[in-house]
Structures are given as C-alpha cells and as structure tokens.
Design a protein around this ligand. Structure first.
Ligand code: GLU
Length: 551
C-alpha cells in the first residue's frame, strides 16, 4: 500500500509537517533541573479536591525548581463541556493560591506554547497523525457502533480480551481501493494506531514494559496491544493522543495525574515511542479516600459534598488552612517539619514526590478542621476581618451590612481571648466563625441555652436585677467578679465552687451558676469566651439593655 497516498487522501488540508512544529515550539530555555508541569482539567464544571491536590504537586515541583507551571484546557470531549467552566477553574485555583505562569487565563492564552485549549489544536494533532499514517503506523477504521458492539459480544462469548486489536481489528488491513471507495461514499471514520504490541499469544509470552513513575518507582505492566483511536470521526483527538502531543510540544517534563490513568499508561508509552519522543516523568498520585464505618473508600462526587472545591469556598475555609492540610497529606514528613518550623511560610518546605503516598490518601475533614484552627489562630484580626467580609460578599450577602463600616468592632470580637500563650482556637471556617460570634450582633442574638437546672426562674430574675443595679461598666475584671460573688452569697449560692463541692447541702449552687445566668442573658449561651471582655466589647448600653430584656 502506498501510505503517502493514503495520508494525502485522509488529510488533504494538512500542509505542515512535524518538523515545522518542532521549530515553533522549541526546547525551553530553563536552568538545569527546572521542571515543567501542567494542569490539564476538562471543563466539565466540577472542580474537585483531586484537581487542587494535583495542582499543588505541579505548582510545587515547578516553582521549587525555577520551572514553569501552565494551564491547559482539555476540552476534546464537547459533550461534557459546561459554559463558564474555564473561568471557574481558574478562579477556584487562584483562590487557593495556585497560580500559573503560562497557559489559559482569564485574559486569554499567555505564553509561547499555545494555543492552550486542545479544541484549538486540531491541525497540530492531525499533522502528527498524518505522519503516522505515512509510516503505516495508523490507519482509518470505518467500523460503526453496531459493528463494534458485535465484536465485543463475540469476544465476551469466547471469553477473549475485549477491544480492537489483532484479529479483531477488522479494518487494520483494508486495501487502498476499499478505503478509497468508503471515503468516496462518505462513510465516517476514525484513525487508529496500528499497535505493535503482541497479542494472540500465551500469557507468559506477552511482553511487558517498565516505566519509572516519579511517585511509585518502577512500574512493570503488559505492553499495549490495542489499536486505540487517535482521532475521532470529527477530527478531534482522544485524550491519549492529545496529551502525548501536547506534553511533548509544550515541553512538559513531569506529568502529574490521578491513579485512574495508570491502566492506560501502556498506550501512552507506545504513542511516545511511535512518535519518537522521550517519555516525561509520569507521577501518578494516589486516590483520595475517606473512612466510612471503619472502611476506606474513594471520595465520591455523589456522596461527598466535600469532594467539590466549591464546598470549601462556600463554607469559608481559609485558603491557607486548606493548603496547610493538603501539604500534610501530600508529604508524609510535612507535619514533622511544621512542628520544627511553626512560623515558616509553606513555601519553605522542600516538597518531594518521593515522600508522596502511592496507596489511597486518607482525606479527613476533622483533621482539616483542627489544622484550620491552628492556622486561623495565627492570622491577625485585620486579615480575618477582610476574609470574613469577602466570604460574606460572595456567600452571605445579608452579613455584609453588619461588617461594613464596623470593622473595629469586628476585629475586637475576633481578637477576643486570642492573646497570651494559650490563645483560644475558636475559629474553623467563615460560616462557623460567624455562628460563633453572632451574639455580638443584635439581629442574630437569641437565647439558645437554658439557665442551670438548680437556678429557678425566680432566682434568675433576682440575680439579674441585682447585677443590673450594681453594674458599673468601668469596673475592672477583679471588682466585677467580686460583685458577682456578692450576689451569689446573698442568694444562697457558694462564693467558690469548692465550697459548694464540700457541702452541697448548704447551697443552691455556686458562683459559676450565677455567672452562667448573666452569660445567658448577655450571649444566649452557657459557654463563651470571657464574660467581662465580652461586655467591654458589647458596650455599656447594650449590656444593660440585654440584661433588662431578660428580667
Ligand atoms: N483531562 C484529564 C482529566 O481531567 C487530565 C489528565 C492529565 O492530567 O493528563 O482527568
């Protein structure tokens, strides 16, 4: 068969050849050891934790080595595309501190290796497929859906491996005349790889390939024998072919992607060989798992809202906390490093793929929450204030008016109990933060807890009346508490909890019960930071007002 003629017949409009693209996209001029990484999301509208997890690895590898991290939009499957998805990907990753040096951006493509959306690179892919056809390494296949189904069913009934390979590859050896007549009749076709893999042989004769995975070490797998589709009937490539061409031409050195791609690695290895290119370093990250009823299972889009990145934004997780948590699950030595370097910036940690886990990575929301507390306690009130305002602007509009113009008030609230060497770690994420401080805002203040059981309603009124009468906003903390003690003893409550414990029959309760009554009147809650400090923030008028309302 004259393959050149076949290539012309299949691709009459392709006039460039691979050498042209090698010139357009030359080797990058980067310092020795610099890594070039990329994120290749499909714009399906769902951005998940796995994307961020992978992006983090990419970002660290590139930026720790003075390399390049770029964004490529893998939009070859138009059925799965969603309007606005690219913007959503970029803004979501940016929120979590992942920024790209090159590639697709809000303002269009940035960089010399574009276009960075696969849908705009059809001509490039076709040029390389044309070359494979010229070499007899790819061929057109006209099989219809029905024919492919029939092949699959027959394979099933004979218990043979499924797929399009060897003797099952019906159009592998069509004659030039057959191809021509089908094309003239307008039959649609895909282009398939003519795989060199061995098939139809005993198991032990199947050749294997070895690949050095950056995370997993040497991987040994059976070689590919499938005549995979390179170009679909619409001339757009499959993921397999597109990423190989792009990662080569964009001069990617490290391909970080999820473990779900491991089974197709042999295809990619064969494609790199067929095109005569060296393999990038593949780094297959572990799946994100969660514990459920004592078993580990994969995080699922349907069952686990926390898989979606939107979840963290709408709950108001601080990006620093999410990053800190991801680093702890990405590198097994991060936590130890953090203990030794409590105040160092995250970037100071030397991230390595070798320290990544290759079995399922456990994702634990409780752990994230704990880490978040540690991160937020270190942020100054001014930063927390800005963060809360931004979160409210995006997710809780009614709160914007509460915060706007009253930043001083908010900052005092946020700093409550955070001084000293044992600062309170009350804050986890914005939604919870507001819930926690909501009693400072009259519109949100409500009585949530009941008075202690041993305090009658009548006593509560007496306590509060006495408290109001003796209240002096300028009292210092010691004087203020002495007054509460007096109210306690005057009404049959022990001045000290330990007095009560010794002789419980002598008292109705102790001073703690008395202050709880005041606390509930002022905050609606039995538990809170320091009562005296809260009054100082609330102000005299509001303090008196709330006590009065409870009497
Ligand atoms: N487009 C692929 C995905 O969204 C990316 C895989 C890769 O990074 O190579 O899963």
């Amino acid at each position: 068969m004259d393959y050149n003629k076949l290539a012309e017949l299949l691709f009459p409009n392709i006039t460039k050849d691979p050498a042209d693209y090698e010139k357009i996209y030359p080797e990058r001029k980067l310092p020795a050891g610099a890594k070039v990484t990329r994120l290749g999301p499909s714009p399906t509208g769902f951005i998940h934790l796995g994307n961020l997890y992978g992006a983090f690895v990419d970002e660290r590898l590139a930026h720790q080595s003075d390399g390049i991290f770029y964004l490529r939009i893998e939009d070859t499957d138009d059925k799965r595309q969603v309007e606005g998805a690219v913007e959503a990907i970029i803004s979501s990753l940016e929120f979590f501190g992942v920024t790209f040096d090159e590639g697709a951006s809000m303002e269009g493509d940035k960089g010399d290796y574009g276009p960075y959306s696969q849908s705009q690179r059809a001509e490039i892919y076709q040029t390389y497929v044309k070359q494979l056809v010229q070499r007899g390494e790819a061929y057109p296949c006209f099989c219809t859906e029905e024919e492919l189904t029939a092949i699959r069913e027959e394979q099933e009934s004979l218990k043979e491996n499924p797929g399009y390979y060897g003797k099952w590859a019906k159009h592998r050896d069509l004659s030039a005349a057959e191809i021509e007549s089908r094309i003239q009749a307008g039959h649609s076709f895909v282009i398939r790889l003519r795989s060199k893999g061995t098939h139809d042989c005993a198991e032990e004769e199947i050749k294997t390939i070895s690949v050095e995975d950056g995370i997993r070490g040497t991987l040994t797998m059976p070689e590919n024998d499938q005549d995979v589709v390179l170009l679909k009937a619409n001339g757009i490539p499959t993921y397999h072919f597109a990423h190989v061409v792009d990662d080569h031409l964009m001069r990617t050195t490290h391909v970080v992607r999820g473990a779900e791609w491991l089974p197709s690695l042999p295809i990619h290895v064969e494609l790199f060989h067929a095109l005569g290119w060296p393999l990038p370093v593949y780094c297959h990250t572990a799946q994100l798992m969660k514990m459920e009823d004592g078993n580990k299972r994969k995080l699922s889009k349907r069952k686990d809202p926390e898989l979606s990145l939107d979840y963290y934004r709408s709950e108001g997780y601080h990006p620093k906390a999410v990053r800190e948590y991801l680093l702890t699950i990405l590198n097994s030595n991060y936590e130890e490093w953090r203990m030794e370097n409590p105040d160092a910036p995250q970037e100071a940690f030397a991230f390595t793929v070798e320290k990544m886990s290759n079995s399922g990575t456990l994702f634990d929301l409780d752990k994230l929450n704990d880490i978040s507390k540690d991160v937020l306690v270190k942020l100054p009130a001014s930063e927390l204030c800005e963060f809360l305002k931004a979160w409210a602007g995006a997710y809780q509009q009614p709160l914007v008016g509460l915060f706007e113009g009253r930043e001083e008030y908010l900052m005092r609230i946020l700093d409550l109990g955070r001084e000293g060497d044992k600062p309170r770690k009350d804050f986890v994420f914005a939604r919870q933060m507001f819930e926690f401080i909501s009693y400072f805002y009259d519109d949100y203040f409500k009585i949530e807890d009941a008075y202690p059981e041993n305090v009658s309603n009548e006593d509560a009124k007496i306590i509060l009346s006495a408290y109001l009468e003796g209240y002096d906003h300028s009292d210092d903390q010691a004087l203020w508490f002495d007054k509460i003690r007096e109210i306690a003893t005057a009404n049959g409550y022990a001045a000290k909890p330990k007095d009560y414990k010794k002789n419980p029959e002598l008292y109705k309760g102790h001073v703690g019960d008395v202050s709880t009554v005041v606390r509930i009147a002022l905050m609606g809650r039995a538990m809170s930071p320091d009562l005296w400090e809260i009054q100082q923030i609330l102000g005299e008028e509001n303090t008196r007002e709330r006590i009065k309302k409870s009497i």
